[in-house]
Design a binder for this molecule. Structure first.
Ligand code: CP
Length: 312
């Protein structure tokens, strides 16, 4: 498949064929990560800039590693120490970065739609590293990559996503991606964090975790986004954990060797019990490794890569 997109803004806009192409491209990328010398000349001379207006560990670092492994020059704008702190607008920051002639800009921003705004302004490629509550496409791609590695084709597989769905760009991107690939997706959470409109995405919706678990092939616990909570959306953390926290006893209700995923960062003891997060069911660290591979694939495709055979 020939890759024609300038930007990757979300999984809502991409086709199943494009998702498969990204995941297929990520496979040889992952092998490179396990070589003793993790450096290719593939994107030598290309330049990648990360621009994160929100905190991040996994996404920012894995994009930087991904670019470096492919031989690109990577630069990171430390927003708190940048001219943003002096009141520079997103438009002016974006134009300034573009004037430095990068090939790919990777942005995380607290406003939904910020990545699209940037992509419409800039001639260079933009990758959305999370915009408000809207999308986090590279997280969903790495989640699906991880499920595929462990389960094979996700078509027909049952995936349960539990937690703070209302504020979760990860849940939305996973729903778009997984449904396009034929999986069955169930969202679970308390009524205040799981509005009925979510059904419009094509997912099943329930407020009862224990009834959703039987038969699940993969269960993803979402971080309770305490920083985005408005007062009154939650009972106590203790009660939330009692009703919606994942633990080994609950997981046994699936009746299967179910995969346990978490996009991170985790609130241990709130949405996921430590014993489960560190158990053999957990693929949380694999998700992080796969995140580098998936982000390598995207930088490669957007920065002018074409044929996956070039990578080996
Ligand atoms: N999953 C995720 O986006 O993690 P970070 O916030 O650490 O990037």
């Amino acid at each position: 498949m020939k890759w024609n997109r300038k930007d990757l803004l979300g999984l809502r806009e991409v086709s199943a064929a494009e998702i498969r192409h990204i995941l297929k491209t990520a496979k040889p990328m992952k092998e490179i990560l396990f070589r003793s010398v993790k450096k290719l000349p593939t994107l030598r001379g290309k330049s990648v800039v990360t621009l994160f207006f929100e905190n991040s560990t996994r996404t920012r670092v894995s994009f930087e590693i991904a670019g470096k492994v492919l031989g690109a020059d990577t630069s990171s704008v430390a927003v708190a120490q940048s001219s943003v702190a002096k009141g520079e607008s997103l438009l002016d920051t974006a134009k300034t970065i573009q004037a430095m002639q990068p090939d790919v800009v990777i942005m995380r921003h607290s406003s939904s739609g910020a990545a699209e705004y940037l992509a419409n302004l800039l001639k260079v490629s933009v990758i959305n590293a999370g915009d408000g509550q809207q999308e986090h496409p590279t997280q969903a791609l790495l989640d699906i990559f991880t499920m595929q590695e462990r389960l094979g084709d996700v078509a027909g597989r049952k995936v349960v996503i539990v937690g703070d769905i209302l504020h979760s760009r990860v849940a939305r991107s996973n729903a778009y991606g997984l449904l396009k690939l034929g999986a069955e997706v169930t969202f679970v959470g308390p009524p205040t964090l799981l509005p009925p409109e979510m059904k419009a995405l094509g997912v099943r919706v329930t407020h009862d975790l224990e009834s959703a678990l039987p038969g699940a092939d993969a269960v993803m616990a979402l971080r309770l986004q305490l920083e985005r909570q408005q007062r009154g959306l939650l009972p106590t953390l203790r009660e939330y954990s009692k009703l919606y926290g994942l633990n080994l006893k609950r997981l046994a209700l699936t009746g299967k060797d179910t995969l346990v995923l978490h996009p991170g960062p985790m609130n241990r003891g709130v949405e996921i019990d430590s014993a489960l997060a560190d158990s053999t069911y957990s693929v949380i660290e694999e998700q992080v490794t796969n995140g580098v591979a998936v982000r390598m694939a995207l930088i490669y495709l957007l920065a002018g890569g074409g044929n996956t055979n070039d990578v080996a």
